[in-house]
Write a protein that binds this ligand. Structure first.
Ligand SMILES: [Zn+2]
Length: 187
């Protein structure tokens, strides 16, 4: 059986070119001509994220698996960063985090995880399991942060990716302006 060479794209710096591990032919992921290599299969994981691409080196016929897209797309496209739980967090109960947009702190984020009584209370509305995140509140405390509507969508998407189990409408965004709290929306 022919072996598959694994290439971790997250470890390749520069413009992403790398030599074929067997024959040394330079492979450039941007090259779409299929002269140097042929794309065999795109492997898509959960959330429709591209996980890896199987390609064949046209010179030596080796199969190469290009991995690390998930890491690349997370780093490359997300403008939102959510910190690790802050010290006041109570794991599996309620965790607090700092949230950043384009490297600037926007405010805080609190995630609530279902407890036994919540599972019971929500039973007719939705199927919850103890420990599932079921509510997220983002409090924007940075005045004049100028958060656009599409930023809110992006924030909500990032939150749902990080806290699996949150659904549409579980993320509340409030803003503190001039000392008073105003409701921005539910995402
Ligand atoms: Zn090769």
């Amino acid at each position: 059986m022919q072996s598959i060479y694994k290439i971790d794209l997250a470890r390749i710096g520069g413009d992403g070119d790398f030599p074929c591990p067997k024959c040394g032919t330079l492979i450039s992921p941007d090259d779409e001509t299929e002269k140097v290599y042929t794309i065999m299969e795109n492997i898509v994981g959960e959330d429709d994220c591209l996980e890896s691409i199987l390609i064949r080196c046209n010179k030596c016929n080796s199969t190469l698996s290009l991995d690390g897209f998930a890491v690349l797309s997370e780093e490359g496209s997300s403008r939102i960063e959510i910190s690790e739980p802050l010290p006041e967090s109570e794991p599996k109960h309620r965790t607090s985090h700092n949230i950043f947009l384009d490297g600037r702190r926007l405010g805080s984020l609190t995630v609530e995880f279902a407890q036994g009584e919540d599972v019971e209370a929500f039973k007719r509305l939705r199927k919850l399991h103890a420990g599932d995140p079921f509510k997220c509140t983002i409090t924007i405390t940075t005045e004049g942060a100028h958060v656009e509507n599409e930023d809110f969508m992006e924030i909500a998407k990032t939150v749902r990716r990080k806290f699996k189990g949150l659904k549409d409408g579980d993320t509340y965004i409030v803003e503190i302006k001039g000392g008073s709290k105003s409701f921005v929306g539910k995402f």
